[in-house]
Design a protein around this ligand. Structure first.
Ligand SMILES: [Zn+2]
Length: 202
């Protein structure tokens, strides 16, 4: 894991040199820890030790980002239009404060996230990337539904620290079929909802 962090840290350095506006890292492990079945499958008795390792590895990777804004994306993993894991963010929400990135892109449209109430403990020094599109569900969300999802989250995180994103990437492949028109319509609905929300909240 330490060897992988070294490779990613070098990539971050190169991205900064290239002048990118933002660097997002996909974190593949942290959120899976909330799922009891995953912990049993992997033989993980001590979640706190795992969380501490994840925080340390991410911080090692982003150390060289300097002033370039950074995000971490966390999801329940998906394949063949199914999510791998099930569980809310409660066991890991406090640890997010210790991760040295600016923003967290998290799944909240997913039923497997079990609601936004956990955001009452979202760290005050971070920006939330609120997942409002469920990329597993083939029904295209209406802008109204997305607005309602955001209004619910705004009870816990103020508008100036809240951004919108799909829960996860659409990542099409032979094993993970994803219709490009469906993805387009979902992103367009998110954009329409964002317009409405900007008018309402600035
Ligand atoms: Zn993801």
């Amino acid at each position: 894991m330490v060897a992988c962090a070294e490779i990613l840290r070098n990539e971050v350095e190169k991205l900064v040199s290239a002048g990118v506006d933002h660097i997002q890292i996909d974190e593949p492990w942290l959120l899976l820890l909330v799922d009891k079945r995953h912990r049993e499958r992997m033989g993980i008795p001590d979640i706190e030790r795992e969380i501490e390792t994840c925080v340390r590895m991410i911080n090692d990777v982003v150390e060289s980002a300097g002033a370039t804004p950074t995000s971490v994306h966390m999801c329940h993993a998906h394949f063949a239009r199914k999510r791998y894991a099930d569980g809310g963010y409660e066991p890991i929400i406090e640890a997010l404060a210790d991760i040295n990135v600016d923003r967290f892109a998290m799944e909240f449209a997913a039923p497997e996230s079990h609601g936004v109430e956990v955001l009452s403990r979202f760290p005050e020094n971070k920006i939330l990337g609120l997942g409002v599109i469920d990329q597993i569900d083939q029904n295209v969300e209406s802008p109204q539904l997305i607005v309602e999802r955001v209004e619910e989250a705004l009870k816990y995180v103020p508008a100036d620290r809240l951004t919108l994103n799909p829960d996860c990437g659409f990542s099409p492949s032979a094993q993970n079929p994803m219709d490009i028109d469906e993805a387009y319509l979902k992103l367009r609905a998110m954009s329409d909802a964002a317009d409405q929300l900007r008018k309402r909240h600035g």
